[in-house]
Design a protein around this ligand. Structure first.
Ligand SMILES: [Zn+2]
Length: 345
């Protein structure tokens, strides 16, 4: 099969478009004919060797994907060849103490498709059946591939960690990003008021099309917390969803009302920052991280996706042989929504 893989870490020149053996479905697994996959910042880290490393080379990249079931392994029920599915890329063991307590987000043997095992930038991908989810007919493969990581991340942050309420106001950082554009939709769907930031007026206009009530261009308003206060009668927001990290750490805290909560799930601008600990006592804020996620929250999210109440945001589409081009665009940050890779037609 055709696939995009690496044999060593490095720049985009290390991405190889070539031939690898077709996978076959083992017990409890299905093989997907991948119709579309999507890019995440995570892929840049895997390619360059930052973070946890894949078990072996060659390693196929791609954490997000959607396609048709091509082969069904022994013991798999509930699926037929040809079913249209998207993929939850977190593999859980179902046997450790955390899994048995229903805390599978903390599974001690967790692996990630596209990071630890082969991913979806390929014609075919082998996946445990428990990780594939059928999606509605009205959704294209490209849109479906844009869903899993971005929407599950945002869903878990807003609904599980932050427990956003309909009467609250949320500041969604980077409203043009995959997680940001998903966060805007999820927050609006439950009735919250949404203020968002982006680096261009064009991105803010797209964010408002998705439902954002107010937009702040952080390039011409670097002290955006002042604007947030103006928009909230001087009070500040109830919650901040952040994927940016160090560059906005202080402004995030200044944007929150007393007792407000910050959920951070990314740090694309950097991870190191000074912190005034008095915000934990004087105001007092709740600062929380969100990283690993549960199967339960993925299932909850899919119920809403399949009612047509949330929409995958496809930015640019690339052919499988040009994953390198997609990596370059992602590094430039000059795009809106998700960068999607089409499988062979
Ligand atoms: Zn486990």
């Amino acid at each position: 099969m055709k696939a995009v893989f690496i044999n060593e870490f490095g720049g985009v020149d290390k991405l190889i478009y070539g031939d690898l053996p077709d996978p076959t479905a083992g017990p409890g697994e299905v093989v997907l004919r991948v119709r579309a996959s999507a890019l995440n910042h995570l892929d840049l880290g895997v390619r360059s060797g930052r973070g946890r490393l894949p078990a072996q080379f060659p390693h196929i990249l791609g954490c997000d994907m959607a396609g048709e079931i091509f082969e069904i392994g022994p013991g798999v029920t509930g699926f037929q060849v040809g079913d249209r599915v998207l993929v939850d890329n977190r593999l859980k063991c179902d046997a450790c103490d955390q899994c048995l307590q229903g805390l599978d987000q903390f599974c001690r043997n967790q692996l990630r498709i596209g990071v630890d095992v082969d991913g979806g930038h390929a014609e075919f991908c082998k996946i445990p059946a428990v990780n594939v989810h059928k999606f509605r007919d009205s959704m294209s493969f490209e849109e479906a591939a844009a869903i899993p990581l971005a929407f599950h991340t945002a869903w878990h942050c807003l609904m599980v960690r932050g427990q956003l309420q309909p009467w609250e106001t949320i500041l969604v950082q980077a409203g043009g990003s995959g997680v940001g554009s998903a966060g805007i939709q999820i927050a609006k769907r439950i009735g919250a008021r949404v203020i968002t930031t982006a680096g261009s007026d064009e991105k803010l206009a797209r964010a408002k099309e998705l439902g954002a009530d107010e937009g702040i261009n952080y390039r011409n308003t670097p002290d955006f917390s002042q604007k947030v206060r103006e928009l909230t009668d001087g009070q500040g927001v109830d919650m901040v969803l952040d994927v940016v990290g160090a560059a906005v750490w202080e402004q995030n805290q200044l944007s929150l009302r007393p007792g407000g909560r910050l959920v951070i799930t990314g740090s694309t601008s950097g991870t190191q920052t000074n912190m005034d600990l008095s915000v934990l006592t004087g105001r007092p804020l709740t600062l929380m991280g969100s990283g690993s996620r549960t199967r339960r929250s993925f299932g909850e999210m899919m119920s809403v996706i399949n009612r047509g109440e949330l929409t995958g945001v496809v930015g640019l589409v690339f052919p499988l042989e040009d994953v390198a081009g997609a990596h370059e665009v992602m590094e430039s940050r000059d795009f809106y929504g998700k960068l999607v890779i089409q499988g062979p037609q």
